[in-house]
Write a protein that binds this ligand. Sequence first.
Ligand SMILES: NC(=O)c1ccc[n+]([C@@H]2O[C@H](COP(=O)([O-])OP(=O)(O)OC[C@H]3O[C@@H](n4cnc5c(N)ncnc54)[C@H](O)[C@@H]3O)[C@@H](O)[C@H]2O)c1
Length: 243
Amino acid sequence: MKVLIHGALGRMGQAVAAVLDANGVSHVGVDARAEENSGVLAHISQCREDVDCVIDFSSHLATADVAAFAEDRGVPVVFAATGQTEAEMARIRRCAEKVPVLKSGNLCVGVALLCHLAREAARALPGADIEIVEAHHNQKADVPSGTALMLAEAVRAERPHMKNVVGRHENGKREPEEIGIHSLRLGSVVGRHEVHFALAGQEITLRHDAFDRTLFAQGALAAAQFLMGRAPGLYDMEDLIHG
Ligand SMILES: NC(=O)c1ccc[n+]([C@@H]2O[C@H](COP(=O)([O-])OP(=O)(O)OC[C@H]3O[C@@H](n4cnc5c(N)ncnc54)[C@H](O)[C@@H]3O)[C@@H](O)[C@H]2O)c1
């Protein structure tokens, strides 16, 4: 298998390259910051090599370019970058009609379990106040994190009327159907997510800490392997975990 790493010079792109190397998987890199003759291409349209899959850890702004390349080559794509607009998500869904696509704001298996547990807790504690707190390093661009939004979606699967309230900042009581989402940006935190469930006199907190980017890179490789030979469609981490 040969993988095109989109966003190859970034924190995650480099972590993916290291995991592919460790697993004997060859790769080619694309990054908007690439310098000439560096071995990394500056735009995906410059790729002349045959590749079997694309892993995108660049930016949601690259969604259309990555989707067009994957469709043109007929290869699967792992959309791992976060922060997509509704229009960009629609582009990903259109792409998934033609090639196999896995889209996840968090490729870590532990976070897939956290989403499952958050959904279970939302079902078991129907009256609970629910608040999500996430922390990431000070270079992260999107707020709130894609994972926090995934967790809110998991809660909404059981309590569909709940609405996200991001960065609560005005005076006034919280409404019972709010999911408060709060973002910390500090130092080099790789990724921390907490989901708080509070009832009168008690609180349950589910928490996941990612200590190393390698987790996400390993998830990206597992996702690429999962997509090989699949029918076109939009897959997620639940599909990967359950085979
Ligand atoms: N799904 C997951 O599990 C997961 C985990 C960690 C990070 N992320 C997401 O992955 C993305 C990258 O994270 P990072 O920490 O590596 O960021 P980063 O800023 O370190 O790296 C991004 C790289 O992409 C390149 N890039 C940006 N736009 C581009 C474009 N249009 N074409 C080509 N290259 C482009 C940049 O030059 C940069 O080198 C972010 O959206 C982040 O939220 C997802």
